[in-house]
Write a protein that binds this ligand. Sequence first.
Ligand SMILES: [Zn+2]
Length: 480
Amino acid sequence: MKKCDTLLRGTVITMNPGRAAYLDGYVAIEGGRIVAVGQGKDCDYEAEDTLGGDGHIVIPGLVNVHGHLVQGCIRSMAEGTTFEERLFGFYYPMTGACDEERSYASALPPVLDLVRRGVTTTADDHFTHIHKRSIDGVLRAVRDSGMRCRMARLILSDPDNAPDGFRESLDVGLAETERVKAEWENDFTSVTASTIGITYCKPDEFKEIWQWTVDNDRQFDIHAPSVLDTKYLSERRGWEGGSFEWMDHEGMLGPNVIAAHAQNLRPGEAKLISDRGAHIALVPDMEQVLGLVDFDSRQFLDAGITCGIGLDGPVVAYGHDLWTALRAFLTAQRMGDQHRKQMGNSREQWTGYETLFGSAELALELATIGGARALNMEDKIGSLEVGKDADIVLIDRRGETQMSPPAALIPSLVYGNGPSPDAVKRVMVRGKTVVENGEHVSLSRHDAVAASDELQSTLLEEVGAQKFVRMRSPYTWVDG
Ligand SMILES: [Zn+2]
């Protein structure tokens, strides 16, 4: 028998090109990398650290392709507010008041939500730079969790669309991006530059930021289309087409672009994205919460476009549980398909012969190998294959009534919003355990809650945002 550091046993969902799933499988890890994977009876490895066995599931670590972790301090406060109330009333003011320490405290609860449920890689878009080291606080929280991070530092420069204090000159923004890159980049963290959407920078500056990402061989991460795009494009730039069409016209739509949301596209834009090789960060859970009735990811998947699944910011992405986004990916698409059918006044009736779009297996695929591809990290992570880093989640389903009996294991896992926290036996990043039996190995969630609670009450007071708390609540809240 050969020796290895760690041996995992259970039902192994590999996400390799053939999508092999071994009902009685094993994964051998040595030096943080996967050295063997296959059917249990063929295993010729042994390890002192042998985990799992009957009733366990081994999957690749999940990848969250879109987020704004600094929003932890305003979690769920979108409820009952209008877009403008939240954006200018507490979103910008409260996140903007976060220096490095506060940003750390703000980001830590959503960071723990992610990693404790099996996310091993997260993308983040940070754009509150009143305190230049706010982004460092978020990066530190992710680093302390052990997750990988693809951080985009977003530069806001347009005087019409970014509030006072949030704007930076391009020189300052790019110099700070260089600083963060130099201080933080390593095997687990990468840093790139971008902006929120095409309305948040002057066109020439937008292009310079994009050029920086090309020159530095990094992704250009952009919300597209964002809320004001159509109005802004036609009024300010005389452009009547869509956001992707504009980016393409300007020569910026290419394989290094990853676009978040990508809903409400113009006819032909999905094909354009496909032709140019850009990637999409779907955020189906948030789209559903906000009532988007015609969510469509199928237009991308059918065209072979690389898609991952993300959560977006905790102000709306309640709970910060990527499993809910896997389920939402399916429900949102199916409701969208039905909506489009009805809007087309189709008289098609349900006949009982059709199957619904997609599957729980497809959703899990998008949250693992799909997410890895979407972030250009598929050479290292996203599947359980020899040579890849051991980013792995081990689930003990022996007490999981919602996953019993096991014939439809993956549908139970995905539609049931994932495993219970304490059934997450291990979360590993490059073979190192970061979560054990549902608890983070070094971060206290009780301390994280206490610090985040205190931070929120300080910030509400400091920026005068108390009036947005429980806004339009139908309850009578009694205090004191
Ligand atoms: Zn976002």
